[in-house]
Structure formats: C-alpha cells, structure tokens
Design a protein around this ligand. Structure first.
Ligand code: HEC
Length: 159
C-alpha cells in the first residue's frame, strides 16, 4: 500500500510538472505570437532599450505629461511663475539652448525630435513671462505636437 501511494504521488507530481511545463511553453508561445502580431501592426521605428532604460523612459514620459497638466493648471490660475516652474523640466538644459536655432541641422532621428520638443517647451516659460494665456496655450500646443511627432515615428522595443 505504501509503495502504491508513493507511486501515485510520484505520478501526480510528474503529471502536474508535465502539465505546467506544457502550459508554460504554450503561454510563452502565445506571448511570442502576440509580440509578433503587435510588431506587424505597429510599424513605427523600434527604439531599442534595456528593461531599466525602458522604465526610466516611461517615468520620464509620465513626468512630461504631469508637467504639462501642472503648467496649464497654473496658467488657468494666472500663476505665471508656476507656469515657468512646471514647464521647466520639459525645456532644454542651458547648454542645448544654442542649438535651438538649428534643431534639424544638428542631429537626426529621435535625438533631433527630442531637441525640437525641448526647444518648443522653452517657449512655454517665455510666453508665461508675457502673462498671455493665448501665447501659453499656443506654445503648449506646439510642444504637444512635438510629443505627437515623436510618438508617431518611434516605439520602444526591449533589448
Ligand atoms: C523624441 C521622442 C519623444 C518625445 C519628444 C516624447 N515622447 Fe513620449 N514616448 C516616446 C516613445 C518612443 C514612447 C514609447 C511608445 C511605445 O512604445 O508605444 C513614449 C511613450 C510615452 C508615454 C507612455 C509611457 C508609458 O507608461 O508607457 C507617455 C505618457 C508619453 N510618451 C508622454 C509624452 C509627452 C506628454 C510628451 C511631450 C510633452 C512626450 N511623451 C514626448 C518618445 C517621445
């Protein structure tokens, strides 16, 4: 009886292991198929990043979105200083500012788009200096157009 129970237990373990092994293979095959399907549908240029770079990038992007919201909220309250502070993470670092007159001549591809976006974002704070809602809205819209241009061209890809 002891032997039978042990044998049964072993058989169960083998079956369970076999099943989960099979399920694992199936689900990874399904995941690969889903990846391939997405790559077929999403024809944007892949921008390869490691997992940690991808996570840094996602956080930066979420930060951009939040900065735009904070900046518009400040403009709605006539808080022009707040607009400048909220939009500053979107703008260029001072050393890049010199390149803003010639963004497309300096670099190509995603780097050029990133610089173009930051140069447009500088204009949000400049508009806030004039305390002009319309100018802030225009600069914000032109900045968002730069976000959209890059999103239309590139997708992230895990490397
Ligand atoms: C130079 C390129 C570039 C610019 C400029 C840019 N992004 Fe992105 N962003 C990307 C890429 C690439 C992805 C990944 C898209 C994908 O794989 O679907 C992304 C993804 C995102 C995501 C999704 C993040 C997530 O959690 O997955 C948000 C939100 C986002 N961007 C917001 C913005 C906003 C807002 C701006 C402008 C204020 C902006 N981005 C400007 C390249 C850019």
């Amino acid at each position: 009886m002891q032997v039978t129970i042990s044998a049964l237990a072993l058989a169960c373990v083998a079956v369970v292991a076999g099943c989960t092994g099979q399920a694992g293979t199936n689900s990874s095959r399904a995941a690969q198929a889903a990846q391939a399907e997405l790559a077929r549908l999403d024809t944007r240029t892949p921008y390869p990043m490691t997992a940690s770079k991808t996570w840094d990038h996602k956080q930066k992007m979420m930060g951009f979105s939040a900065a735009i919201a904070r900046s518009l909220q400040a403009a709605a309250n006539d808080d022009w200083e707040g607009v400048a502070t909220a939009s500053s993470p979107l703008g260029t670092k001072p050393r890049q500012e010199a390149n803003c007159d010639n963004v497309w001549g300096v670099e190509t591809g995603i780097d050029a788009m990133a610089l173009d976006f930051r140069c447009r974002a500088n204009k949000i704070a400049e508009a806030a200096d004039t305390a002009d809602h319309r100018a802030v809205l225009r600069a914000t819209s032109e900045t968002l157009n730069a976000c959209n241009t890059c999103h239309a061209a590139f997708r992230s890809e895990l490397q």
